[in-house]
Design a binder for this molecule. Sequence first.
Ligand SMILES: NC(=O)c1ccc[n+]([C@@H]2O[C@H](COP(=O)([O-])OP(=O)(O)OC[C@H]3O[C@@H](n4cnc5c(N)ncnc54)[C@H](OP(=O)(O)O)[C@@H]3O)[C@@H](O)[C@H]2O)c1
Length: 335
Amino acid sequence: MKIAIVGASGAVGQEFLRVLDERNFPVDELVLFGSARSAGTDYTFRCKSVTVKELKHNDDFKGVDIAFTSAGAGTSKEFVDTITKYGAVMIDNSSAFRMDADVPLVVPEMNAEDAKNRPRGIIANPNCTTIQMVVALKPLEQLSHIKRVHVSTYQAASGAGAAAMAELEKQYKQIAKGETPTVEKFAYQLAYNLIPQVDVFTENGYTKEEMKMYHETRKIMHSDVEVSAMCVRVPSLRAHSEAIWIETERPISVEEVRTAFAKAEGVVVQDNPEKKEYPMPLFIAGKDPVYVGRIRKDISNPNGISFWCVGDQIKKGAALNAVQIAEYLIREKAI
Ligand SMILES: NC(=O)c1ccc[n+]([C@@H]2O[C@H](COP(=O)([O-])OP(=O)(O)OC[C@H]3O[C@@H](n4cnc5c(N)ncnc54)[C@H](OP(=O)(O)O)[C@@H]3O)[C@@H](O)[C@H]2O)c1
């Protein structure tokens, strides 16, 4: 297949190179795109050097089968016609089209089939915090309908891109040397801090990130579930963590939940309080599955279950999820 990556120099773009290789994805030809800033940069893929081209309105996407795009919503909106005009399937990591009625929003473990119905040739990859939560919610929804979710997120610096991750590392070094830390990518110094704001605020007092978790979860799960999120940026480098409380239609037991998680696709249970075993972002970074632990009954609600969930948001929350969508389409001969 001829594969394009748009935003190749970015945190997600670089992960695409690793994931495509790791999974032996059938790539006959790879083309990389970026802005004028990264055009001309060489990246190695399967021992061959590939040079980044500047993304322009031209015929560069002729013959491309799948375009993995991760260059921000503005770029996706501006270039969607150029990318799809010769039939390339655009699997987009930005928020540009996620809530459009004629664009499927897909987490393969949950709603892979939706990817087949793509009238505009676009498939949207959900927000990273939503992807890992939905992977964990799927087996529980099968036990009993989930009516309500409360979630508090602990989001790594790299969720805001490669430069944001570099800024956090730089801040720790600057502080250690007694210098004033550089603050450009976040509203405040993130080193030794937590910032209870991810993305901009909306009229109802929630941030856009929190409202994405509400709307996207409902669309992916085809559900009337109510989701109330509190999203917080934390000074870890990679992998997002989430404390999740769910309310189901009938009470479900911890044993049922454990068994359902253990059988679920893409989920690993790491839950042994006596041995201090639970998932942590430091150890989950770079891994494919979504990890769950601290599973318990919610003492404030007879129909409630609470657990902790950690996933690599650049991998399962972005590149891996998109590649899994493409693999599904190939398997189903739907491309
Ligand atoms: N980081 C995450 O954890 C994560 C997770 C899920 C989804 N996403 C989404 O994925 C997208 C990329 O995120 P990221 O974290 O990889 O950001 P990033 O590290 O800042 O990289 C941004 C990429 O976009 C490219 N780009 C920017 N403007 C462009 C333009 N006009 N034309 C062509 N390329 C352009 C950049 O190329 P240059 O180097 O040439 O500027 C760079 O390769 C965003 O929409 C983000 O919301 C990110």
